[in-house]
Design a protein around this ligand. Structure first.
Ligand SMILES: [Zn+2]
Length: 415
């Protein structure tokens, strides 16, 4: 346990915040600091073919220790942290034998991590929690995943009596800004399938995520002195509000859950002559997803029709772009990869929690790039903010799940 704690702390105390406004990969120079540290560590524990490319993508191999052919299994996680909250100067707190009560993260600023609000905490009574000091995020997303993968590889190297096929490890930058998979060389990775260790609560196993699109709707207008505006002025902000009002009012993130999709307006920026509305469109079901995009286009078209005569050209321009798709389509044909993960958890007395992701993962992009890649829990909670915490026992269990998947795969493919 202490070994896992030390390893985790050695990662979270290195600031690796990514930056959506940067065009480079990695998006921030400082991600190299942890990337280089990880390369050295992978070599030190005895991994082979440890490589890092010009974009800071790290890959490494644990060779097979059996004679028969076993599919190559990959484990993937990301070393950047979200730009939503600072990841500089993380000072982790270790709460041993958690008593189920409030945890004062920061006395001065009165920041308290409380099970009254975060009920999930109660299931970890008696365990060791790692929290923040209330001024930063923790970075368990996804340095918990990296800790688990490195620890599992180290365990397999030190315990050669456990038989396994070839295992590949991949660590990526910039997942939090949606680019973790972009420059991932799937052919070089060479795995038959993989798992991202990037879920939350212990037991999570995810292979369904949203289909996702982003839309930029531009409304034009005509500015005229308000005193002389009758019949002449067109206020683009009012067109935009008409558009937003025409979206189904209950199909928004704050009123949906499970498999329910939504429209989510993320930004409105306007003046009389030009207003831009940005929204994201999400649905697990591909047909419903297409219908949602169609709906957005239709609302825009209706406004165009209404103003065509007066404005003389389309007054609304709808630019709708697909972002990612549900990995289910790519995972169902190889469903044994879910079965193996589920069986690994059950053999370790972990209750599998299989549920749809209301978002995307690196794995969904990788799945469409040819590497089917469901997501497994890494153990942390309350990602992307100061209330983030991770139970060490969950990191331990995730490490065991990796070891067990390696072992089961070799066993299942033995004749
Ligand atoms: Zn993550």
């Amino acid at each position: 346990m202490q070994h896992i704690i030390d390893r985790f702390i050695s990662y979270v105390t290195v600031d690796t915040e990514s930056d959506p406004n940067s065009d480079t990969t990695p998006s921030t120079e400082k991600q190299w600091n942890l990337a280089n540290q990880l390369v050295e560590e992978l070599k030190a524990i005895g991994m082979e073919d440890v490589t890092i490319d010009e974009n800071a993508y790290i890959m490494a191999t644990l060779p097979s220790n059996v004679d028969h052919d076993v599919p190559v299994v990959g484990f993937v996680s990301h070393f950047d942290t979200t730009p939503d909250f600072t990841g500089a100067n993380v000072k982790p707190k270790i709460i041993k034998n958690y008593d189920g009560g409030d945890i004062v993260l920061n006395e001065e600023q009165n920041i308290v991590l409380s099970p009254t609000y975060f009920k999930d905490m109660l299931q970890y009574k008696g365990q060791t929690l790692i929290t923040t000091d209330g001024t930063t995020l923790l970075g368990a997303d996804d340095k918990a995943g990296i800790t688990e993968i490195v620890s599992a590889m180290e365990y397999l190297i030190n315990n050669p009596q456990i038989k396994h096929g070839k295992i590949r490890v991949g660590f990526t930058p910039d997942e939090e800004i949606g680019r973790g998979a972009h420059k991932f060389d799937v052919a070089k990775f060479g795995a038959d399938w993989g798992y991202t260790m990037d879920g939350s609560q212990i037991g999570e196993l995810e292979y369904e995520n949203f289909n996702a699109a982003g839309a930029k709707i531009t409304f034009k207008g005509k500015s005229v002195h308000p005193g002389y505006a009758k019949g002449k002025m067109i206020n683009s902000m009012l067109l935009a509000s008409k558009f937003v009002a025409a979206l189904p009012e209950n199909e928004v993130p704050e009123r949906t859950s499970g498999y329910e999709g939504f429209y989510h307006v993320t930004n409105i920026d306007g003046s009389i002559e030009k207003t831009m509305v940005q929204l994201i469109i999400r649905d697990h079901d591909r047909e419903k997803f297409e219908a949602r995009k169609e709906k957005v286009a239709q609302i825009a078209d209706a406004i165009n029709d209404e103003y065509m005569e007066q404005f003389g050209e389309p007054i609304v321009i709808a630019d709708i772009k697909d972002q990612y798709y549900n990995m289910k389509e790519k995972v169902v044909p190889v469903f044994h990869i879910i079965d193996i993960a589920e069986r690994a958890m059950k053999e370790l007395d972990i209750k599998p929690l299989i549920k749809p992701i209301r978002g995307g993962t690196d794995g969904c992009q990788l799945s469409y790039m040819g590497l089917p890649c469901p997501n497994i829990f890494a153990g942390g909670h309350n990602f992307h903010g100061k209330y983030e915490y991770v139970p060490v026992e969950s990191m331990q269990k995730a490490t065991e799940v990796i070891v067990k998947i390696a072992e089961l795969t070799a066993k299942i493919y033995n004749g």
